[in-house]
Design a protein around this ligand. Structure first.
Ligand code: 6PG
Length: 251
C-alpha cells in the first residue's frame, strides 16, 4: 500500500491554513493547465473551518472562483436547507461568501426519491463536466475528505456494499448505525483523483489514526485504507489526533 504523506499541524486552524494554501496552489495549476479546477467538498464538521478560511479576505481573493466547479463527495438524504445537509454547511461557510457562479456549484440532491435516480443524475453530471480518460471514472483535481472514528470516508462506511462498488461512480448507501440513507461517490472516483486530502482533527480521532497509520496493514481493515489514488494522498492532522503517532510518521 502506498504510504500517504502525513502533515501534522498544531491545531484545526493550522490545518485550515495549510489546506487553504494547497487549494490555492492546486487550483492555480489546474486552471493554468486545463482551464478549470474541479473539487469535491467533504461534509461533516471538520472542514467547516477550512471553508471559512477560504472565504476569508486572506484567501478568497487569491483564488479564481470563476474557474472552479464545486461538487460534493457525499450527502445526507435530506433537503438542502436541512441542518444535516453537507451542502448547507458548505453554502453557509463558503459558497455564499465567494464569487463562484451558481451554475458551477453541483449539489447532490439528497432529498430526491428514489435515491438511485439522484445517484445516477449526479454520476451523469460528473461524466459531463469532468475529464474521464478511456471511460475510467471522472477525474477530480482535488477531493477533500474527513475521517470517521470507524474509518469511514465520505459515506463509505464499514460493512456496506458500496465499498465494493466498482461500476457506479455515485451510489446510495444505507448506514445501519445511523439508521439513514446517504449518497456517496465510490472508490473508483476517489482513486481516480489527482489529489486526495484528508482532514483529521481532535483527540476523538486518535484511535482510528493510530489503527490506520501506526500499524502496517497488509490488507485494508478500514474504508480509509482503500483510498489508493493514482495521484497524491495526504493526511492533514492536528497534534491532538496525531499524539500517539511514532515520530517516524511525521513528515
Ligand atoms: C459526512 C462526511 C463524513 C465525515 C466524517 C468525519 O457526510 O459526515 O462525509 O465522512 O467527513 O464522518 O466527520 P467530522 O468531520 O464531523 O468528524
Amino acid at each position: 500500500m502506498t504510504q500517504p504523506a502525513i502533515h501534522i499541524c498544531t491545531n484545526p486552524a493550522a490545518i485550515a491554513e495549510a489546506v487553504a494554501r494547497r487549494w490555492a496552489a492546486l487550483s492555480a495549476t489546474a486552471i493554468a493547465e486545463r482551464g478549470f479546477f474541479h473539487v469535491a467538498l467533504a461534509g461533516g464538521s471538520t472542514p467547516r473551518l477550512l471553508y471559512q478560511t477560504l472565504a476569508s479576505p486572506a484567501w478568497r481573493d487569491d483564488i479564481d472562483w470563476s474557474r472552479l466547479h464545486v461538487f460534493f463527495g457525499d450527502e445526507r438524504s435530506v433537503p438542502p436547507e436541512h441542518p444535516d445537509s453537507n451542502y448547507r454547511m458548505a453554502r453557509e461557510s463558503l459558497l455564499d461568501h465567494v464569487p463562484i457562479p451558481s451554475d458551477q456549484i453541483h449539489r447532490m440532491k439528497g432529498e430526491q426519491r428514489p435515491l438511485e435516480t439522484a445517484a445516477a443524475t449526479y454520476a451523469a453530471c460528473l461524466e459531463t463536466l469532468l475529464p474521464h480518460p478511456k471511460q475510467d471514472a471522472p477525474c477530480f483535481d482535488l477531493i477533500l475528505l474527513g475521517l470517521g472514528p470507524d474509518g469511514h470516508v465520505a459515506s463509505l462506511f464499514p460493512d456496506t456494499a458500496i465499498l465494493h462498488e466498482r461500476e457506479r461512480w455515485v451510489a446510495p448507501v444505507y448506514v445501519d448505525k445511523l439508521h439513514t440513507w446517504r449518497l456517496s461517490v465510490t472508490f473508483p472516483v476517489l482513486n481516480q483523483a489527482r489529489h486526495v486530502l484528508l482532514l483529521v482533527a481532535g483527540d476523538a480521532k486518535r484511535p482510528i489514526v493510530n489503527a490506520v497509520l501506526a500499524e502496517e496493514d497488509a490488507e485494508p481493515r478500514y474504508p480509509v485504507q482503500m483510498i489508493q489514488p493514482q495521484g497524491e494522498l495526504a493526511w492533514y492532522l492536528d497534534e491532538a489526533a496525531a499524539a500517539d503517532l511514532p515520530s517516524s510518521r511525521h513528515l
